[in-house]
Design a protein around this ligand. Structure first.
Ligand code: FES
Length: 184
């Protein structure tokens, strides 16, 4: 398939994806205006468009909070990739959210060393005090989502958690309440 036809097919797919949102808010492209200018500058720093896929997806997540199917189609069209390739990358890396999450995304290490130091109790306390209830669920006020992750590289400071990009070490169930007050 020619590159031009490929591009047309992806544009068709994006249009189709938008039309599929019957009764929902139509998809608004991410890469317009200043964000598109930022992408163009980014692409200039990479040898080809495919090489810029990961940072492009980060831009989507920064702008929207997650990476939707429609956004994957948009990125595919811009970087001259197939939507399936982009989806393969998004689903490979756990850092990309495939559904909306809370404003504060909390990751708790529950790998064996931290688990032996009580990480499960930290998770329990976080789920209760955020109102999330379950792992991966978002609190009713939209503030928090809590998940378990593998080693965060702070094994000597059990239990470490990450709130968005911030690492907080030596978290205990007793400290959870005070920690959460920082995240409005
Ligand atoms: S095992 Fe928990 S940070 Fe390494």
């Amino acid at each position: 398939m020619s590159a031009q036809r490929e591009g047309a097919t992806q544009a068709d797919a994006l249009s189709h994806a938008s039309r599929d949102n019957v009764g929902e808010i139509p998809y608004e492209p991410v890469f317009v205006g200043a964000v598109r200018e930022e992408l163009d500058a980014l692409l200039g720093r990479y040898p080809n468009k495919m090489a810029a896929l990961l940072p492009t997806l980060w831009m989507v997540q920064r702008e929207r909070g997650w990476v939707s199917e429609e956004a994957m189609v948009e990125v595919a069209a811009l970087l001259e990739l197939t939507p399936a390739y982009v989806k393969g990358v998004v689903t490979f890396y756990t850092m990309y959210h495939q559904h909306p999450v809370g404003r504060y995304f909390i990751q708790v290490c529950t790998t064996s060393p931290c688990l032996a130091c009580g990480a499960d109790k930290v998770v329990e306390s976080l789920l209760g005090q955020t109102g999330c209830g379950d792992l991966g669920a978002t609190s009713p006020d939209g503030r928090f989502t809590v998940i378990e992750v593998e080693c965060l590289g702070a094994c000597g400071f059990a239990t470490p958690i990450m709130v968005n990009d911030e690492v907080i070490e030596s978290v205990t169930p007793e400290k959870v309440s005070q920690i959460l007050t920082r995240f409005k």
